[in-house]
Design a binder for this molecule. Structure first.
Ligand code: V47
Ligand code: SF4
Length: 379
């Protein structure tokens, strides 16, 4: 592996890029300025080679997926993010859905006896679904199936819940954790920089609040993910600012598992005028994120959003996880125009997809413990 990176370094004429490649080879951190240079001048082949070098140093050919299902309690939302194709304002409730605790519990019960390790619960911010409601939901899920890992609520939902209940972030997080909440998904981060946030999601929790919620979860020993919604009106500088805030918090707590770039999709939302990013830009972003976020163990391509073939391609650009929605239970992306209108993939298909890309399929649980190595399975 070192030989191929040495050849790459020798062939480079640009001193800045050469120095970045040397840093990657030596396992050193790149600066924000170097990250900008990668965005501005790094070819797809160059950033891809570096990212793949890092990916293979960290994980070899291992490519993770998990068996999970989604519950979306409501699409009614008090906020009005410009990019969102999913929410229905509270005033127009008739267009939205709201699930009762029993309905959600029935969804959990539908998986009785099935090998599922995680339930992922996120939705809109409904003014009536409060702390008490979700504490009851957590308790009932855990009473029914204690081994099921509950990954739930974006920092946006949590911030609203805690403020309504007049709880500090630490108090609110502790109450939910005690009720059964195991970890946090990465949503709601969008782009942290206030200039962009003011234009795309002005009314919801800001960067400081989002980061404080994840920090509080990490202090309780919980893990979480982080996302970045890219490919709309943000510039390279805003992506770097976003990743830099995440890298800084990760240095402090070590509580992030996975970074998940989310490609902006432009169907049926107030930003439909924005042209979506190209696949080349998508792959360059994955690769640059892998290079910059040296303290994040995992990089995930969320296949229901990116599509199966592009998710497969991303495995050569730093990605080592392709999530694992097994059921048609999430609507947030299909409503925004993603490739996958019915995001459902069996374990067999996931394994085949990873093997076709010459990688090793590994089923994991939410915390990346190995559930099963599928390298020798031929479906
Ligand atoms: O925060 C909304 C995004 C996110 C659009 O942690 C859109 O494992 C693209 O965060 N185009 C919520 N994206 C989902 C999320 C997530 C998904 C999968 C796995 C995990 C995890 C977390 O969905 C929102 C927002 O950034 N989103 N609208 C859109 N038009
Ligand atoms: Fe509500 Fe989330 Fe949609 Fe924003 S992205 S409007 S917070 S559902």
């Amino acid at each position: 592996m070192n030989e191929s990176i040495d050849i790459l370094i020798d062939a480079l004429a640009d001193e800045g890029l050469k120095s970045i490649a040397r840093k990657v080879k030596d396992g050193k951190r790149i600066t924000d300025e170097e990250c900008l240079l990668l965005f501005e001048k790094g070819s797809l082949a160059f950033v891809g080679s570096l990212a793949n070098f890092i990916r293979e140093r960290l994980h070899g050919d291992k490519t993770y997926f998990n068996r999970n299902f989604h519950i979306e309690p409501t699409n009614v939302c008090v906020f009005s993010c410009e990019f969102c194709s999913y929410s229905r304002l509270y005033a127009h409730k008739e267009e939205g859905w709201e699930m009762s605790i029993d309905q959600m519990l029935d969804m959990v019960k539908a998986y009785d006896g099935k090998q599922i390790t995680e339930v992922h619960i996120v939705g809109g911010v409904h003014p009536k679904m409060n702390m008490a409601y979700f504490i009851e939901l957590m308790q009932k899920i855990k009473a029914h199936r204690p081994d099921l890992h509950v990954k739930a609520f974006t920092a946006v939902e949590l911030d609203y819940m805690f403020r309504k209940a007049k709880l500090t972030t630490e108090e609110g997080m502790k109450q939910l954790h005690d009720a059964g909440l195991d970890s946090l998904p990465g949503g709601g981060a969008e782009i942290f920089h206030p200039e962009i946030r003011a234009q795309i999601c002005a009314d919801k929790v800001d960067a400081i609040g989002w980061l404080a919620i994840h920090e509080a979860a990490h202090h309780l020993g919980m893990y979480s993910n982080a996302t970045m919604l890219y490919g709309h009106i943000e510039k390279y500088e805003h992506r770097i600012d976003h990743m830099s805030r995440l890298r800084e918090l990760q240095d402090k707590t070590g509580g992030f598992n996975t970074f998940i770039p989310l490609k902006f999709r432009n169907q049926d939302n107030a930003m439909s005028y924005v042209v979506e990013s190209t696949i080349t830009e998508d792959m360059r972003l994955y690769a640059i994120a892998r290079i910059y976020l040296d303290n994040f163990p995992h990089l995930k391509a969320y296949w229901p959003m990116l599509g199966r073939q592009n998710a497969q391609l991303s495995l050569s650009f730093g990605v080592n996880d392709i999530d694992g929605t097994i059921d048609d239970s999430t609507k947030i992306y299909s409503m925004a125009g993603s490739e996958e209108q019915t995001p459902e993939m069996s374990t067999e298909e996931l394994v085949r997809l990873i093997k076709q890309a010459n990688r090793k399929p590994i089923e994991r649980d939410t915390l990346y413990n190995i559930v099963k190595d599928y390298s020798d399975f031929n479906f």
